[in-house]
Design a protein around this ligand. Structure first.
Ligand code: B1M
Length: 243
Protein backbone atom coordinates (compact mmCIF):
# COMPACT_ATOMS: atom_id res chain seq x y z
CA UNK A 1 0.00 0.00 0.00
CA UNK A 2 1.20 3.49 -0.76
CA UNK A 3 1.14 6.22 1.92
CA UNK A 4 -1.91 7.72 0.22
CA UNK A 5 -3.77 4.40 0.23
CA UNK A 6 -2.87 3.81 3.88
CA UNK A 7 -4.15 7.26 4.81
CA UNK A 8 -7.32 6.76 2.85
CA UNK A 9 -7.94 3.34 4.43
CA UNK A 10 -7.31 4.79 7.90
CA UNK A 11 -9.58 7.82 7.48
CA UNK A 12 -12.18 6.08 5.38
CA UNK A 13 -11.96 8.96 2.90
CA UNK A 14 -12.00 8.36 -0.80
CA UNK A 15 -8.82 9.18 -2.64
CA UNK A 16 -10.66 11.53 -4.92
CA UNK A 17 -14.12 12.98 -5.25
CA UNK A 18 -16.38 11.36 -7.77
CA UNK A 19 -17.55 13.76 -10.46
CA UNK A 20 -21.02 12.50 -11.30
CA UNK A 21 -21.13 14.26 -14.66
CA UNK A 22 -18.02 12.33 -15.77
CA UNK A 23 -19.59 8.91 -15.21
CA UNK A 24 -21.19 6.94 -18.04
CA UNK A 25 -24.91 6.23 -17.59
CA UNK A 26 -24.64 2.78 -16.02
CA UNK A 27 -21.98 3.86 -13.49
CA UNK A 28 -23.91 7.01 -12.71
CA UNK A 29 -27.03 4.99 -11.97
CA UNK A 30 -25.02 2.68 -9.68
CA UNK A 31 -23.52 5.70 -7.96
CA UNK A 32 -27.02 7.12 -7.48
CA UNK A 33 -28.08 3.87 -5.81
CA UNK A 34 -25.11 4.28 -3.44
CA UNK A 35 -25.89 7.96 -2.84
CA UNK A 36 -29.52 7.16 -2.14
CA UNK A 37 -28.40 4.45 0.24
CA UNK A 38 -26.13 6.96 1.99
CA UNK A 39 -28.89 9.59 2.11
CA UNK A 40 -26.96 12.09 -0.01
CA UNK A 41 -29.84 14.18 -1.29
CA UNK A 42 -27.79 16.77 -3.20
CA UNK A 43 -25.97 14.03 -5.12
CA UNK A 44 -29.21 12.21 -5.91
CA UNK A 45 -30.73 15.44 -7.20
CA UNK A 46 -27.61 16.14 -9.26
CA UNK A 47 -27.64 12.63 -10.72
CA UNK A 48 -31.29 13.05 -11.63
CA UNK A 49 -30.51 16.33 -13.39
CA UNK A 50 -27.64 14.78 -15.31
CA UNK A 51 -29.68 11.82 -16.56
CA UNK A 52 -32.50 14.11 -17.65
CA UNK A 53 -30.00 16.34 -19.44
CA UNK A 54 -28.70 13.23 -21.23
CA UNK A 55 -32.16 12.64 -22.63
CA UNK A 56 -33.45 10.01 -20.22
CA UNK A 57 -37.22 10.10 -19.79
CA UNK A 58 -38.51 11.01 -16.32
CA UNK A 59 -40.05 7.55 -16.04
CA UNK A 60 -36.74 5.84 -16.84
CA UNK A 61 -34.86 7.93 -14.26
CA UNK A 62 -37.56 7.19 -11.72
CA UNK A 63 -37.55 3.43 -12.22
CA UNK A 64 -33.87 2.71 -12.91
CA UNK A 65 -32.23 5.16 -10.53
CA UNK A 66 -34.67 6.07 -7.74
CA UNK A 67 -37.12 3.19 -7.30
CA UNK A 68 -34.39 0.57 -7.78
CA UNK A 69 -32.17 2.43 -5.28
CA UNK A 70 -35.00 2.44 -2.76
CA UNK A 71 -35.60 -1.26 -3.34
CA UNK A 72 -32.01 -1.94 -2.26
CA UNK A 73 -32.52 0.23 0.83
CA UNK A 74 -35.67 -1.76 1.61
CA UNK A 75 -33.84 -5.08 1.49
CA UNK A 76 -31.18 -3.90 3.95
CA UNK A 77 -33.80 -2.30 6.19
CA UNK A 78 -35.62 -5.65 6.28
CA UNK A 79 -32.39 -7.48 7.07
CA UNK A 80 -31.49 -5.16 9.94
CA UNK A 81 -28.48 -3.63 8.16
CA UNK A 82 -30.09 -0.19 7.89
CA UNK A 83 -32.21 1.46 10.58
CA UNK A 84 -35.01 4.04 10.62
CA UNK A 85 -32.80 7.19 10.61
CA UNK A 86 -30.81 5.98 7.61
CA UNK A 87 -33.96 4.96 5.75
CA UNK A 88 -35.46 8.38 6.45
CA UNK A 89 -32.41 10.03 4.92
CA UNK A 90 -32.66 7.74 1.90
CA UNK A 91 -36.37 8.53 1.57
CA UNK A 92 -35.62 12.25 1.79
CA UNK A 93 -33.01 11.89 -0.96
CA UNK A 94 -35.48 10.06 -3.14
CA UNK A 95 -38.00 12.84 -2.60
CA UNK A 96 -35.39 15.35 -3.79
CA UNK A 97 -35.06 13.51 -7.08
CA UNK A 98 -38.80 13.01 -7.35
CA UNK A 99 -39.46 16.73 -7.02
CA UNK A 100 -37.53 17.27 -10.24
CA UNK A 101 -39.45 14.53 -12.00
CA UNK A 102 -42.91 15.56 -10.79
CA UNK A 103 -43.63 18.28 -13.40
CA UNK A 104 -42.23 16.10 -16.18
CA UNK A 105 -44.36 13.11 -15.23
CA UNK A 106 -47.40 15.35 -15.05
CA UNK A 107 -46.73 17.10 -18.36
CA UNK A 108 -49.74 16.18 -20.43
CA UNK A 109 -51.21 19.60 -21.10
CA UNK A 110 -54.78 18.28 -21.25
CA UNK A 111 -57.89 18.92 -19.14
CA UNK A 112 -58.18 16.63 -16.13
CA UNK A 113 -60.00 13.43 -17.04
CA UNK A 114 -61.07 12.95 -13.46
CA UNK A 115 -60.23 13.70 -9.87
CA UNK A 116 -58.69 11.50 -7.21
CA UNK A 117 -58.33 11.93 -3.48
CA UNK A 118 -55.46 9.80 -2.17
CA UNK A 119 -53.99 9.23 1.28
CA UNK A 120 -52.13 6.74 3.41
CA UNK A 121 -54.30 5.01 6.01
CA UNK A 122 -54.43 5.53 9.75
CA UNK A 123 -51.35 4.43 11.68
CA UNK A 124 -49.15 4.47 8.59
CA UNK A 125 -46.66 7.20 7.74
CA UNK A 126 -45.17 5.72 4.56
CA UNK A 127 -45.77 8.17 1.73
CA UNK A 128 -43.18 7.64 -0.99
CA UNK A 129 -45.26 5.14 -2.96
CA UNK A 130 -48.38 7.25 -2.55
CA UNK A 131 -46.50 10.32 -3.79
CA UNK A 132 -45.38 8.37 -6.83
CA UNK A 133 -48.93 7.28 -7.53
CA UNK A 134 -50.04 10.91 -7.27
CA UNK A 135 -47.41 11.95 -9.80
CA UNK A 136 -48.23 9.17 -12.23
CA UNK A 137 -51.94 9.91 -11.93
CA UNK A 138 -51.26 13.56 -12.66
CA UNK A 139 -49.24 12.32 -15.61
CA UNK A 140 -52.24 10.28 -16.75
CA UNK A 141 -54.34 13.45 -16.75
CA UNK A 142 -56.00 13.37 -13.33
CA UNK A 143 -56.35 16.15 -10.81
CA UNK A 144 -54.98 14.72 -7.59
CA UNK A 145 -55.73 15.82 -4.05
CA UNK A 146 -53.15 14.27 -1.76
CA UNK A 147 -54.32 14.24 1.85
CA UNK A 148 -51.07 12.88 3.21
CA UNK A 149 -50.47 10.18 5.80
CA UNK A 150 -52.19 8.66 8.82
CA UNK A 151 -55.76 9.28 7.62
CA UNK A 152 -58.67 8.02 9.66
CA UNK A 153 -62.20 7.58 8.35
CA UNK A 154 -63.12 11.16 9.24
CA UNK A 155 -60.18 12.56 7.29
CA UNK A 156 -61.06 10.54 4.19
CA UNK A 157 -64.72 11.51 4.42
CA UNK A 158 -63.92 15.19 4.92
CA UNK A 159 -61.77 15.11 1.77
CA UNK A 160 -64.46 13.29 -0.23
CA UNK A 161 -67.04 15.86 0.88
CA UNK A 162 -64.79 18.81 0.09
CA UNK A 163 -63.25 17.69 -3.20
CA UNK A 164 -65.96 15.43 -4.65
CA UNK A 165 -63.52 13.17 -6.51
CA UNK A 166 -64.27 10.31 -8.90
CA UNK A 167 -61.69 8.11 -7.23
CA UNK A 168 -60.65 7.38 -3.68
CA UNK A 169 -57.10 6.00 -3.47
CA UNK A 170 -55.71 4.43 -0.31
CA UNK A 171 -52.16 3.37 0.41
CA UNK A 172 -50.80 1.11 3.17
CA UNK A 173 -47.30 -0.26 3.63
CA UNK A 174 -47.76 -2.22 6.83
CA UNK A 175 -49.56 -5.50 7.35
CA UNK A 176 -50.92 -3.95 10.55
CA UNK A 177 -52.44 -0.92 8.80
CA UNK A 178 -53.77 -2.41 5.57
CA UNK A 179 -56.95 -3.79 7.22
CA UNK A 180 -57.96 -0.18 7.87
CA UNK A 181 -58.88 0.10 4.20
CA UNK A 182 -61.85 -2.13 4.92
CA UNK A 183 -62.92 0.15 7.76
CA UNK A 184 -63.11 3.06 5.31
CA UNK A 185 -64.89 1.07 2.60
CA UNK A 186 -67.37 -0.37 5.10
CA UNK A 187 -68.20 3.15 6.24
CA UNK A 188 -68.82 4.21 2.61
CA UNK A 189 -71.23 1.29 2.32
CA UNK A 190 -72.89 2.12 5.63
CA UNK A 191 -73.50 5.70 4.55
CA UNK A 192 -74.90 4.57 1.19
CA UNK A 193 -72.23 6.33 -0.87
CA UNK A 194 -69.98 3.41 -1.84
CA UNK A 195 -71.03 3.56 -5.49
CA UNK A 196 -70.27 7.27 -5.74
CA UNK A 197 -66.55 6.50 -5.96
CA UNK A 198 -64.10 4.17 -7.59
CA UNK A 199 -61.96 2.85 -4.77
CA UNK A 200 -58.40 1.89 -5.68
CA UNK A 201 -55.93 0.49 -3.18
CA UNK A 202 -52.21 -0.20 -3.23
CA UNK A 203 -49.08 -0.77 -1.18
CA UNK A 204 -46.32 -3.34 -0.98
CA UNK A 205 -48.04 -5.87 1.34
CA UNK A 206 -51.35 -5.90 -0.59
CA UNK A 207 -52.39 -8.18 -3.40
CA UNK A 208 -55.30 -8.71 -5.75
CA UNK A 209 -57.06 -11.04 -3.34
CA UNK A 210 -56.81 -8.51 -0.51
CA UNK A 211 -58.21 -5.77 -2.74
CA UNK A 212 -61.24 -7.92 -3.49
CA UNK A 213 -61.64 -8.98 0.13
CA UNK A 214 -61.87 -5.39 1.38
CA UNK A 215 -64.32 -4.46 -1.39
CA UNK A 216 -62.09 -2.19 -3.49
CA UNK A 217 -62.74 -1.71 -7.21
CA UNK A 218 -59.09 -2.28 -7.99
CA UNK A 219 -55.75 -3.25 -6.52
CA UNK A 220 -52.78 -1.47 -8.12
CA UNK A 221 -49.44 -3.25 -7.96
CA UNK A 222 -47.56 -0.04 -8.70
CA UNK A 223 -47.98 3.56 -9.77
CA UNK A 224 -47.88 2.73 -13.46
CA UNK A 225 -50.70 0.24 -13.04
CA UNK A 226 -52.74 2.80 -11.09
CA UNK A 227 -52.30 5.27 -13.93
CA UNK A 228 -53.40 2.65 -16.45
CA UNK A 229 -56.27 1.21 -14.42
CA UNK A 230 -57.87 4.45 -13.23
CA UNK A 231 -58.86 5.90 -16.63
CA UNK A 232 -60.01 2.49 -17.85
CA UNK A 233 -62.26 1.78 -14.84
CA UNK A 234 -63.52 5.35 -14.79
CA UNK A 235 -64.48 5.13 -18.47
CA UNK A 236 -66.27 1.81 -17.88
CA UNK A 237 -68.11 3.28 -14.92
CA UNK A 238 -69.17 6.41 -16.79
CA UNK A 239 -70.42 4.29 -19.69
CA UNK A 240 -72.33 2.03 -17.30
CA UNK A 241 -74.17 4.96 -15.73
CA UNK A 242 -74.53 6.79 -19.04
CA UNK A 243 -72.55 9.81 -17.87
CO1 B1M B 1 -41.01 1.21 6.74
N1 B1M B 1 -41.49 -0.67 6.54
N2 B1M B 1 -41.45 1.13 8.65
N3 B1M B 1 -40.29 3.00 6.80
N4 B1M B 1 -40.34 0.92 5.00
C1 B1M B 1 -41.47 -1.23 5.20
C2 B1M B 1 -42.83 -1.08 4.53
C3 B1M B 1 -41.09 -2.74 5.49
C4 B1M B 1 -41.60 -3.72 4.43
C5 B1M B 1 -39.56 -2.84 5.69
C6 B1M B 1 -39.10 -4.25 5.93
O1 B1M B 1 -39.21 -4.75 7.01
N5 B1M B 1 -38.59 -4.86 4.89
C7 B1M B 1 -41.75 -2.97 6.90
C8 B1M B 1 -43.20 -3.46 6.89
C9 B1M B 1 -43.31 -4.91 7.30
C10 B1M B 1 -44.73 -5.36 7.30
O2 B1M B 1 -45.65 -4.70 7.68
N6 B1M B 1 -44.89 -6.56 6.84
C11 B1M B 1 -41.62 -1.58 7.50
C12 B1M B 1 -41.67 -1.30 8.89
C13 B1M B 1 -41.76 -2.51 9.81
C14 B1M B 1 -41.63 0.00 9.40
C15 B1M B 1 -41.70 0.43 10.87
C16 B1M B 1 -42.71 -0.33 11.75
C17 B1M B 1 -40.25 0.31 11.40
C18 B1M B 1 -40.08 0.64 12.85
O3 B1M B 1 -40.38 1.71 13.30
N7 B1M B 1 -39.58 -0.36 13.53
C19 B1M B 1 -42.05 1.92 10.76
C20 B1M B 1 -43.58 2.15 10.72
C21 B1M B 1 -43.94 3.59 10.80
C22 B1M B 1 -45.45 3.78 10.53
O4 B1M B 1 -45.85 3.87 9.41
N8 B1M B 1 -46.24 3.84 11.58
C23 B1M B 1 -41.45 2.23 9.43
C24 B1M B 1 -40.92 3.48 9.14
C25 B1M B 1 -40.35 3.79 7.92
C26 B1M B 1 -39.64 5.12 7.65
C27 B1M B 1 -40.30 6.31 8.34
C28 B1M B 1 -38.22 4.99 8.13
C29 B1M B 1 -39.63 5.16 6.08
C30 B1M B 1 -40.84 5.88 5.47
C31 B1M B 1 -40.49 7.24 4.91
C32 B1M B 1 -41.60 7.76 4.05
O5 B1M B 1 -42.39 7.05 3.41
N9 B1M B 1 -41.67 9.07 4.04
C33 B1M B 1 -39.77 3.68 5.76
C34 B1M B 1 -39.46 3.13 4.48
C35 B1M B 1 -38.84 4.08 3.47
C36 B1M B 1 -39.70 1.77 4.17
C37 B1M B 1 -39.25 0.96 2.94
C38 B1M B 1 -37.74 0.73 3.10
C39 B1M B 1 -39.47 1.58 1.59
C40 B1M B 1 -40.92 1.96 1.30
C41 B1M B 1 -40.93 2.74 0.03
O6 B1M B 1 -40.94 3.96 0.06
N10 B1M B 1 -40.81 2.02 -1.11
C42 B1M B 1 -40.12 -0.35 3.08
C43 B1M B 1 -39.46 -1.58 2.50
C44 B1M B 1 -39.90 -1.82 1.08
O7 B1M B 1 -41.07 -1.66 0.74
N11 B1M B 1 -39.00 -2.23 0.26
C45 B1M B 1 -40.55 -0.30 4.48
C46 B1M B 1 -40.69 2.64 -2.42
C47 B1M B 1 -42.09 2.90 -3.00
C48 B1M B 1 -41.91 3.47 -4.38
O8 B1M B 1 -42.77 1.66 -3.10
O9 B1M B 1 -44.30 2.20 -1.17
O10 B1M B 1 -44.40 -0.09 -2.27
P1 B1M B 1 -44.18 1.36 -2.38
O11 B1M B 1 -45.24 1.95 -3.40
C49 B1M B 1 -45.50 1.39 -4.68
C50 B1M B 1 -46.60 0.32 -4.70
O12 B1M B 1 -46.75 -0.37 -3.46
C51 B1M B 1 -47.83 1.04 -5.15
O13 B1M B 1 -47.29 2.01 -6.04
C52 B1M B 1 -46.08 2.54 -5.49
C53 B1M B 1 -45.19 3.06 -6.56
O14 B1M B 1 -44.96 2.13 -7.60
N12 B1M B 1 -48.67 1.78 -4.21
C54 B1M B 1 -49.93 2.17 -4.55
C55 B1M B 1 -48.41 2.25 -2.97
N13 B1M B 1 -49.46 2.90 -2.50
C56 B1M B 1 -50.42 2.89 -3.45
C57 B1M B 1 -51.70 3.44 -3.46
C58 B1M B 1 -52.47 3.26 -4.59
C59 B1M B 1 -51.99 2.53 -5.69
C60 B1M B 1 -50.71 1.98 -5.68
O15 B1M B 1 -53.69 3.82 -4.56
C61 B1M B 1 -54.46 3.83 -5.67
Amino acid sequence: MTDEELKSAATGEDEEDIVLADLPDDELVEQMHDDLYDGLKEEVVEGTEILLARGWSAEKVLNKALVEGMRIVGVDFRDGILFVPEVLLAANSMKGGMELLRPLLAETGVQPIGKMVIGTVKGDIHDIGKNLVSMMMEGAGFEVVDIGINNDVDAYFAALEEHKPDILGMSALLTTTMPYMKVVIDELVKQGIRDDYLVLVGGAPLNEEFGQAVGADGYCRDAAQAAEMAPRLLKERREAIGA
